[in-house]
Design a protein around this ligand. Sequence first.
Ligand code: GLC
Length: 542
Amino acid sequence: MTQMLWWQTGVIYQIYPRSFKDTTGNGIGDLSGVIEKLDYLSDTLGVDAIWLSPFYPSPMADFGYDVANYVDVHPMFGDLQTFDELVLQAHRRNLKVIIDLVPNHTSDQHRWFVESRASRENPKRDWYVWRDARPDGSPPNNWLSVFGGSAWEWDQATQQYYQHSFLKEQPDLNWRNPQVKEAMFDVVRFWLERGVDGFRIDVAHYIMKDPDLRDNPPNKAHEAQIHKSLGAYDSQIHLYDKGHPDAHQVYHEFRQLLDEYSHDQPRFSIGEVHIFDWPVWASYYGKNLDEIHMPFNFTLLGVKWQARVVRSLVDRLEAVLPAGAWPNYVLGNHDEPRFASHLGMEASRTAAMLLLTLRGTPTLYYGDEIGMTDVSIPVEKRQDPWGKRVPGLGRDPQRTPMQWTSGLNAGFSTADPQALWLPLSPDYQRVNVAVELNDPRSMLNLYCSLLTYRRSHLSLQTGAYQPLDKMPEDVFAYVRRAQGFPGILVVLNFASAAVEAQLPGEWVGRLVLSTHMDRGGEIDLQRLNLRAFEGLLIELDA
Ligand code: GLC
């Protein structure tokens, strides 16, 4: 077997820096706050890598996904020295550092765009997508912004439209201009040289569009094209405004760049690729696994939480992966409602066991490990531009401050509670790291146990996945086994009723962990009783 790398055996933890830990008392998290919590991440929880959402200088129109300078740190978050210290301290603890790369668009305040918009003759004009109006003054085509309205903004001064897939404050770069690629690759080099281990690529499949800018066809039935409805954006089939295959050449070259830096430190990339056509999605691994190391697999998000449905997604993924490609799973991120809210607390424990025992790299979203839920944000405190433009699609509820203690501001910040950038969850005195560490059956201790076990068992990190047939309708069961190691059986009851499962007659095993955290040891596999929403982790005898 070829040796597995850290991004295959490890677990990634996503930090939304604004919301993790504030050390300056301004109500907004910062990089020093991340440093302060590294011991929690590496020792208490036991993850292997952190992914930091953007911390770059930005006017924060989209909370940092509108980057005004790719090679610096927003003063609110710290400075480059703080970042270097973070990398140093993370690496001392054997934690890898993944940063967010936002290649599709910049901020309209980025100097590249400021130059580009200065005049039609500016050398950087073609770094963005500028077009004349149609004869009637309307935008060049029918493309829509994900965040609502047209994807074109009129520039009065130079009498042309520029294209933006997201906010008008986030103009799209023109990746068909080789200078853009070179400039972005320089950004990548800058961070690789500072020691980062990898990149999460923001909307990776958006960078290349139809060169002829053809109109998108209508989506008559208005059905959602990813795992959730996006409002008016779903009125079109997004055939031409993203996902052009020319992106593959870019990611091929990007991968070569990462590989050049991988000799003593394996570098990695994971792309945000929301494509639900499996083969097209899988194409982002590259024909010879020579593009993005992994496109994020979002299929579990918002899925109908039934054993049958979830199993079929996992089986499907295993079937479409190109030979040698490594799978991955996520249950949440800063764009998605928290799964503890839509599944409920009991089922989300089973979900945690699923996420941490499937074959592939799990990515955890900060706070999910303590069971944080979506927080309803009063209108006057709402921040997310998407939610302000398209009611119902706001992402503030899943971005509230991390809950560390039962004290002031849940230990997130020393600011006046009114000054927190988003309000705390009202449940913070019950749901927080300190309280949960003292409760042997807490969600946090479940995560810690799962992570500890996973870390010390190669079968879970790298072993094959074998689903079991003939299980009761609400049960999803599978065995993970690495060659020469004991098999690990995972049995998950998705239902709110108890159920009995029968495993093959000759199987013998020991219960390592129940999601209820109240039993272990000898267990009868031929009459395996599972309580409502119970998940069991069982070590099989050879
Ligand atoms: C990605 C990010 C999201 C951001 C958008 C535009 O989907 O995850 O938070 O708003 O890209 O950059």
